[in-house]
Design a protein around this ligand. Sequence first.
Ligand SMILES: NC(=O)c1ccc[n+]([C@@H]2O[C@H](COP(=O)([O-])OP(=O)(O)OC[C@H]3O[C@@H](n4cnc5c(N)ncnc54)[C@H](O)[C@@H]3O)[C@@H](O)[C@H]2O)c1
Ligand SMILES: O=c1ccn([C@@H]2O[C@H](COP(=O)(O)OP(=O)(O)O[C@H]3O[C@H](CO)[C@H](O)[C@H](O)[C@H]3O)[C@@H](O)[C@H]2O)c(=O)[nH]1
Length: 331
Amino acid sequence: MSEREPLRVLVTGGAGYIGSFTVRALQEAGHEVVVFDNLRYGHRAAVDCPLIVGELADRDVVFSAIADGRFDAVFHLAAYTSVRESVEDPAKYVRHNIGGAINLLDACLAYEVPWVVYSSTSEVYGEARYLPLDENHPTEPANPYGASKLAVEEFLRWYDQAYGLRSISLRYFNAAGAALDGSLGEDHRPEEHLIPNAIRGALGLQAFRLTSPRVDTPDGTTIRDYVHVLDLAEAHLLALQALRRGHPTDVINLGSGVGYSTRQVIELVQEITGVEFPIEPGEPRPGEPPVKYASYAKAERVLGWRPRYGLEEIIRSAVLWHQRFPHGYPE
Ligand SMILES: NC(=O)c1ccc[n+]([C@@H]2O[C@H](COP(=O)([O-])OP(=O)(O)OC[C@H]3O[C@@H](n4cnc5c(N)ncnc54)[C@H](O)[C@@H]3O)[C@@H](O)[C@H]2O)c1
Ligand SMILES: O=c1ccn([C@@H]2O[C@H](COP(=O)(O)OP(=O)(O)O[C@H]3O[C@H](CO)[C@H](O)[C@H](O)[C@H]3O)[C@@H](O)[C@H]2O)c(=O)[nH]1
């Protein structure tokens, strides 16, 4: 099969934030896509392709989705993603993020799907021992969410060794931004991420609360690496091409390489929107690492990927989305 021939790809979590952009990128590249999502956080309106509404933890449902599909690849993005919830209810993260993923991988083996692209996270590293974080940094997740994502990465390695299932795990840093025309965007209910919450503060949709703990950084707020969701979607296509070329099972960081403090992000949202919304004190989130940002040298070397968009374009696109859809996707 030539590297350009269209493939059939199942995207789990494809109705969610990053998934919906990845689905669109696959479709634009000519691939045939089916989405599998339980719609707990995803939205039907975010998807323009066949959608299987199903639960990953239900092994029979997962097996029948794969059995019916004749898929060439699976992009596995579905997961629960709240650090706070994972600390309160770790069992949920074992059952869905680990158990659900294992159901999916077993179905891939049963129906000979050769390639998996997996959504991992910078949370696998825990607190940074050095910066920028590269893929050789020790993995010491500080919460059950990060532990669940790392466990799947590790089993992907074992599944390749034992059964020959090849995969690339993409360790995203902080995904943010929207389609440049504001047609797709981030709609989590409830929303926990900084950029959408600051924009909602600027648009008068809700009060903005600072939940960053006081940390040892120049302005005392946490520092993060924001990467445009369009850049993430592009990286998934490049990972698929790498697998088609025969690249071995691997893990790759996806970040912008630049760290911005929470206060800098808030101030940039204020500047771009022209609204000096109040910053109300919130309950500091426990266990947040003070600083993280990525080295994306490996993504550049292996995938030929580098981020196209910076923080300003991230915020401008997200503002457009929130202005067009202040109440999110129509249900
Ligand atoms: N948003 C980020 O900054 C970020 C950073 C690093 C990694 N990630 C990873 O990227 C992936 C996508 O994240 P997102 O921000 O788009 O989240 P999201 O909640 O918008 O998307 C996840 C989707 O998966 C679905 N889902 C969750 N559990 C499921 C299950 N058991 N069965 C079926 N469907 C299920 C949800 O309904 C949702 O549509 C996740 O795997 C997450 O761990 C996200
Ligand atoms: O309304 C808000 C939202 C966030 N923050 C603060 O802004 C910083 C960034 O918060 P985000 O929730 O946007 O990002 P995190 O780095 O805390 O975590 C996110 O990115 C990780 C990957 O790097 C994981 O995927 C995780 O699930 C996801 O929530 C944190 O200090 C947070 O306390 C606020 O002050 N107010």
